[in-house]
Design a protein around this ligand. Sequence first.
Ligand code: MN
Ligand code: MN
Ligand code: ZN
Length: 280
Amino acid sequence: MKKNILLGAHVSISKGFDKAIEEGEKIGCTAIQIFTKSNRSWFAKKISDEEIENFKESLKNSQIKSVVAHASYLINLGSSKKEIEKKSIKSLETELERCEKLGIPILVLHPGAHLNQGEEKCIKQIAKNLDSILKKYSKTKIALETTAGQGTNVGYKFEQIKKIRSLCKQKNKIGACIDTCHIFSAGYNISTPESYKKTIKNFIKIIGLRNLKAIHLNDSKTDFGSRKDRHANIGKGKIPKKTFELIMNDKHFSKIPKILETPIKSEYPKEIKLLRKMVK
Ligand code: MN
Ligand code: MN
Ligand code: ZN
């Protein structure tokens, strides 16, 4: 049980896809998250067959049992700007293609931000775009990430993620990713065992456990309900350490990859050790 836990961190591909596996192993990961291209640029350099081969080979020979990808921060399927919406659709297709080539089953995506057009319209637009994009892909699924609700981001309520899914014919290709910093900042209390239980029960009721594809383990620099997306290292923010212990021991999540996206990456080995030790 303890050995099979899927725990790790977001690692860099800047030195190559296979090097991301190596880095993950070095810091004690059994699960990793990667960007398949630069996350702050629209551009994507083609992946060679050799890169794919090397990545798959490294993965096979490693202790990493789960890889998830995270989509570019630039993608906004719910943008009111036509130009951005178009670029976002194209870009997400490219990312899904890359994931399928690399054999990565899950692509985490921020649902989108409405800018000035209102949440309702934004949610419908996201669903429409996801539906037409996902028609073309059958191997990699999208996991919509719960957001802090900063700015005009949607996805800060479980109901909004549910709404996007339920508007899609391709809903079986859409799951969710819980980010602990984000849900805490969005106003889902997880600070006590009771409130934690209630929030998880709520998530399961609204979105469903089988739709949960990944968990991001981040502490929060800002207060409960602040609607700010500011990650802190585990134990250094406003979420009690005890909450992470609850997650690590939650039977619901035993097969879900748990990924750190905390700001000081040199702390990853220590944090992974700490989280692993919490497992009873
Ligand atoms: Mn994210
Ligand atoms: Mn996250
Ligand atoms: Zn975040």
